[in-house]
Ligand binder design. Structure first.
Ligand code: FAD
Ligand code: SIN
Length: 536
């Protein structure tokens, strides 16, 4: 079966939905999403969106904080322009009904970005985080989905997993290579649908599931990076995986974040004896940028042999905490932890992919007709370490910019090419489930043990060797048997993990989130790590 649209958007988080809304002005849009429509990292975002709105703040300060966190690898022109565009994007969110904390008190709240309640997070020199209590992502996703659902030009396909991009080269169409759409697995019927479009936008989010412990939801399996790489598009800076310092450590919960905004309100990291330790590692202590705080926790856990550290916010009143952090308060309370009275057990966990599909500042990849927006893309905004709450901001700005560029490009789109239907293998294998679950576990354990917060050449080489064996096995399996959603995710997880390791092996220095005992200092000149299949 095949379907044709003007634009094809893969993913329904903040980047995908914002792109869909902007592209709907140009024609029909299909949004493909592999689980239910709201299931995305966006939906779990807590802290908020960084944006200069107060008189005490300035674009220059936001720029400098971003550059400092990025450890010499940010593209300064990208940082400057994204920071300056942020207020316009926030205004659009408010216009579609996003209710930021503080906004309901303003008479003209529908169109202004001043007067909102501002949070603070690590690496920010000012309070500048717009938030909806501690559920910012849920509020943004709610408002975007409601707007998308009302739009006559947009159709959402749920439980649909993009398998691979369709390119002119892959189908032997000749001429300049370009992206023609994607093959998509309908998970309900296990049939493959051919989606063709003038432009395809990758908005598939990150790859936290490559690691055993992560704050990310299950959808974050690196699909977009793998799809782009297989289509011959370069990926950059994949070694910079951000570990969030404070993921809740409790046997009855998985992947629950304790927002950095708590530290912004005075929470302090302490060890099992109740002693503050972060100031030993950096004068900014618990509010230093994430790479520093995560390494400090890692070092403290190794030094003391403890399984976790603690975040102590007991200095704040219970009514304040219940009001400002209702989601975190309730979740911890359901596990028997009253955060107003006892410290919260926390550990670092994989959180964010700073690198990704190489794009220009407008989200265009090197493959004509293919764009990448949101966490899947590497624009140069984050450099070697993302500043907290700059991710939702990047997704909003990039979606706007790519749509503007697509509007210009659609006018010159070449005539349609005949795209063949997916050729389906007929065999199914009773052993599949065990192979998928075993390899899935093994990859995530390898990445956690050998490619984590502190790396060495030896550990990376070990990870590379093991991943190559797994990649070969998964490759054979993929070509011999019918595809399933789980198998597709495993295939992408393996390739993305391998790309992280290859990038890490290329970086012979420590910078930002990439810290290796073999090269503990940064090199004098910062360079991107780019891996391009066409380079062999
Ligand atoms: P996502 O929101 O992850 O959406 C990806 C979409 O792609 C999903 O719909 C998914 O189902 C779909 N998809 C993936 N692969 C496929 C495929 N093969 N086929 C079809 N569909 C596919 N950032 C901030 O700036 N501020 C915060 O406060 C903040 N808090 C966070 C808290 C948590 C717990 C987490 C996990 C992240 C947080 N981040 C925060 C980071 C931020 O939420 C993400 O970077 C951002 O939401 C990514 O948006 P996105 O649209 O690019 O991807
Ligand atoms: C948080 O709330 O700590 C997450 C913020 C982010 O990842 O930017």
């Amino acid at each position: 079966m095949s379907k044709q649209y003007d634009s094809l958007v893969l993913g329904s988080g903040v980047a995908g939905l914002t792109s869909a809304l902007k592209l709907a002005r140009l024609g029909s849009v299909a949004v493909i999403t592999k689980k239910s429509r709201a299931e995305s990292s966006t939906n779990y975002a807590q802290g908020g969106i960084a944006c200069v709105t107060s008189a005490e703040d300035s674009f220059e300060l936001h720029v400098q904080d971003t550059l400092t966190a990025g450890a010499g690898l940010c593209k300064e022109e990208v940082v400057r322009s994204y920071v300056a565009e942020a207020p316009a994007r926030i205004r659009e969110l408010i216009e579609i009904g996003v209710r930021f904390s503080g906004s309901q008190h303003r008479a003209d709240g529908a169109t202004t970005v001043s007067g909102l309640d501002l949070g603070r997070e690590g690496g920010h020199s000012k309070r500048r985080i717009l938030h909806a209590k501690d559920m910012t992502g849920r509020e943004v996703e709610r408002a975007l989905l409601a707007t998308v659902e009302r739009h006559p030009n947009i159709t959402i396909f749920e439980n649909a997993t993009a398998i691979d991009l369709i390119t002119a080269t892959k189908i032997g169409a000749g001429g300049t290579d370009r992206c023609l759409g994607a093959y998509v697995l309908d998970n309900a019927t296990n049939s493959v649908v051919t989606f063709t479009a003038k432009v395809t936008v990758l908005a598939t989010g990150g790859c936290g599931k490559c690691y055993l412990y992560t704050t990310n939801p299950d959808i974050a399996t690196g699909d977009g990076v793998a799809l782009a790489f297989r289509a011959g598009v370069g990926v950059a800076n994949m070694e910079f995986i951000q570990f969030h310092p404070t993921c809740l450590y409790h046997p009855l919960t998985k992947s629950f974040l304790i927002s950095e905004a708590l530290r912004g309100e005075g929470a302090v990291l302490v060890n099992g004896n109740g002693a503050e330790f972060a100031s030993k590692y950096d004068p900014r202590a618990s509010l230093a940028p994430r790479d520093i705080v995560a390494r400090a926790i890692d070092a403290e856990m190794k030094r003391t042999g403890a399984a976790c550290v603690f975040l102590d916010i007991t200095r704040k009143r219970e009514d304040f905490l219940r009001e400002r952090f209702p989601n975190i308060f309730a979740h911890c309370e359901s596990l028997g932890i009253n955060i107003a009275r006892q410290p919260i057990p926390v550990v670092p966990a994989a959180h964010y992919q700073c690198g990704g599909v190489l794009v220009n500042p407008d989200g265009a990849t090197a493959l004509a007709g293919l764009y990448a927006v949101g966490e899947v893309a590497c624009t140069g905004l984050h450099g070697a370490n993302r500043l907290a709450s700059n991710s939702l901001l990047e997704a909003l700005v990039l979606a706007q910019r790519s749509a503007a560029r697509i509007e210009r490009a659609l006018a010159v789109t070449p005539a349609d090419v005949a795209v063949p239907e997916w050729e389906e293998g007929s065999a199914s294998d009773p052993d599949e489930l065990v192979i998928v679950t075993h390899n899935w576990r093994e990859i995530r354990q390898i990445m956690w043990d050998y490619v984590g917060i502190v790396r060495t050449d030896k550990r990376l080489a070990r990870a590379a060797r093991r991943l190559e064996i797994l990649l070969k096995e998964i490759h054979e399996y993929y070509w011999n048997f019918k595809v399933t959603g789980d198998l597709l995710e495993l295939r992408n997880l393996a390739l993305t993990s391998w790309l992280i390791v290859q990038s890490a092996m290329q970086r012979k220095e420590s910078r930002g989130l990439h810290y290796t005992l073999n090269y503990p200092a940064p090199l004098p000149v910062a360079r991107d790590t780019v891996i391009d299949r066409r380079d062999g």
